[in-house]
Write a protein that binds this ligand. Structure first.
Ligand code: GCU
Length: 595
């Protein structure tokens, strides 16, 4: 996409030069294309000491002569579901960190003038892909899609596909060595075989102007630098039927005014069918149109100030102790957010699957997406910075046509430093090289109570780089009250909108009483904590949203207490078995009373 300027090409050049993966441009809207699913049972080998690549097991050799000998086979062994994490599929893999090889065979319809791509929705955390005995690509990052063109490597029948997956935590990774969620590994999202014409519509960006309520901007890119190709963009319900012609880079762009546009909002999540076609290709997608910007301390959606009644959730189904990956999982998580009365979701702490993002848009949730820059990242490592740049660009490229996407988050609880500031500024630039319309934010845990001033304050000049400042603050849990909650006054990020992106405390469902005892892990104490925080929120002058941490109890190796936690973070408003705790009702009523 020819977006703005040299900066964009410099950013991309860096990504291409330093990316650990292979930098094929992502095909936009794979879910709207002609795909063959490769989901299902795959053969697997647990390679705990990383011997597989050295022994070239991706060749899938079988003994032929009497003296042939191969100390492996993919047949008749472990079978794993794809998509899914491996942790929830076998007790021996529950805490496994290391390499697992996945393999399957598939047939492919090779057609003249057609191209074939392997598309992975996500593989956690790093992967190498082998087709018919040859390494064809690799990727790092557990939460964003990637694809590999196989047009010339694939055969009509009996292709052997092997994927080497490793989820070992490393200092230079994102996230790094310790994070408060389960380190699920595996081919955790859909795998598709995507067929396209030789020259296809590779990418497009169709959205309402940042401020104007009747002007739509459309940018389209072909897969090749093909000039003078006619492209058509139609939005039938708005009587839009525009013809464009590509330049010598295969780009085309147009802006046009529309009448009677129904702008998307949580209360009215209107989406329009958008059809983009060329002589050889056609892709369509439901796209919404809305205006989103800040003015002083307010966030404006469609020219009206909005208060964000938010909630966070991890990409996890607690009852299954597994990562969420399907449409059914998305329905379960989002129905609970709707029941709570939310109009926004912080998809913590990493880009979640497309079913969740697309359904959230259909159901009317504004979204915050982030890459897992979670606490201790190796900010001084250039390679880590490039990896983060790749990840955030993959996230923005995947979801830039989702009008529900309102916030790009660049960090969670990072500490002020020159390397951290440079790293995060690079991420902001990388986001803006693709999309300049969404609000940039980050979550900080730096608010402190200043005794002299009797004020909650924060000192981190980096917030000047952001449109919206988000604060994680656990008053009544990690921090006890220095004064009565209703007397707590804040002076944080004056002049900018502020969201409380995390607050809350733990409770074991069904444990009652002790409403004033923090270590009781009781529902009654959690309810006290919520009541106290809601009182404090009244005294934050630039508060424009709240997001309790968190919708459901979730798995975490951090959480050692044998009876109250047992490997679960119990801050959920809903238990791991799906039962609402007392605090859930407090939050539901708080949101119901916000007009
Ligand atoms: C942090 C962090 C969360 C974590 C939470 C907690 O703020 O952002 O990822 O789960 O605190 O301690 O429960």
């Amino acid at each position: 996409m020819r977006y703005n300027n040299i900066r964009y090409s410099v950013v991309i050049l860096f990504c291409l030069l330093f990316s650990d993966g292979f930098a094929q441009e992502l095909i936009a809207n794979v879910y709207g294309r002609n795909v063959q699913s490769l989901n299902g049972k795959w053969d697997a080998i647990i390679d705990q000491y990383d011997q597989g690549r050295k022994n070239k097991i991706y060749l899938n050799k079988k003994p032929e002569g009497k003296t042939d000998f191969y100390e492996y086979s993919f047949d008749h062994g472990l079978r794993l579901n794809v998509p899914s994490d491996w942790n929830s599929q076998s007790p021996e893999l529950h805490r496994y960190e290391g390499t697992v090889w996945y393999a399957r065979r598939f047939d492919a319809k090779k057609e003249a003038g057609k191209r074939l791509f392997l598309y992975f929705g996500a593989v956690s955390y790093r992967s190498r892909v082998y087709l018919n005995g040859k390494e064809i690509g690799k990727h790092e990052g557990g939460f964003t899609p990637f694809q590999i063109e196989i047009t010339d490597q694939v055969q009509n029948t009996n292709n052997f596909l092997a994927v080497e997956v490793n989820n070992t935590r490393t200092v230079d990774a994102i996230p790094a060595m310790a994070f408060d969620w389960w380190n699920y590994g595996g081919i955790t999202r859909d795998v598709f075989l995507v067929s396209t014409p030789k020259v296809f519509i590779e990418d497009y960006f169709v959205q309402l102007d940042k401020r104007k309520a009747d002007k739509i901007d459309a940018r389209i890119k072909l897969s090749e630098n093909a000039a003078n190709v006619n492209i058509r963009i139609q939005i039938p319900e708005l009587n839009v039927d525009q013809d464009l012609t590509t330049d010598n880079k295969g780009f085309a762009k147009v802006s046009f005014n529309v009448k009677k546009l129904q702008r998307w909002s949580p209360d009215s999540p209107k989406l329009y069918k958008v059809i983009i076609s060329s002589k050889d290709d056609k892709v369509e997608e439901m796209i919404g149109f809305r205006n989103l910007y800040t003015k002083g301390e307010d966030i404006y959606l469609n020219d009206k100030p909005v208060f964000l009644k938010a909630i966070s959730f991890h990409e996890e189904i607690p009852q299954r102790k597994g990562r969420a990956f399907s449409e059914a999982d998305a329905v379960m998580l989002l129905s609970e957010a709707k029941a709570l009365g939310c109009n926004m979701i912080r998809l913590a702490h990493y880009p979640q699957n497309e079913y969740t993002v697309r359904l959230a848009e259909k159901m009317g949730f504004m979204l915050w997406e982030e890459i897992p820059i979670w606490q201790g990242i190796d900010f001084e490592n250039e390679a880590t910075k490039q990896k983060a740049g790749n990840m955030i660009r993959e996230m923005v490229m995947r979801d830039k046509n989702r009008c529900a996407l309102s916030f790009w988050g660049v960090a969670n609880e990072t500490q002020p430093s020159e390397p951290r500031n440079n790293f995060l500024k690079y991420l902001i630039e990388t986001c803006k090289a693709v999309d300049t319309t969404r609000l940039m934010t980050a979550a900080f845990d730096l608010v402190r109570f200043n005794k002299e001033k009797q004020l909650f304050v924060m000192d981190d000049p980096f917030i000047q780089e952001l449109d919206v400042v988000a604060i994680n603050k656990y008053m009544g849990w990690y921090h006890q009250w220095p004064l009565a909650p209703e007397k707590a006054k804040w002076e944080v990020a004056k002049g900018k909108p502020l969201i409380i992106s995390e607050f809350g405390g733990e409770a074991l469902y069904g444990q009652l009483g002790n409403e004033d005892v923090v270590s009781s892990w009781s529902e009654d104490y959690q309810a006290t904590l919520y009541r106290d925080n809601l009182k404090m929120f009244r005294n934050i002058p630039n508060l424009r949203g709240t997001a309790p941490w968190i919708l459901f109890d979730f798995r975490s190796p951090f959480r050692f207490h044998p009876t109250n936690q047992d490997g679960w973070n119990r801050k959920g408003l809903i238990s791991d078995q799906g039962f609402k705790k007392k605090a859930w009702y407090l939050m539901r009523d708080y949101y119901k009373n916000i007009k």
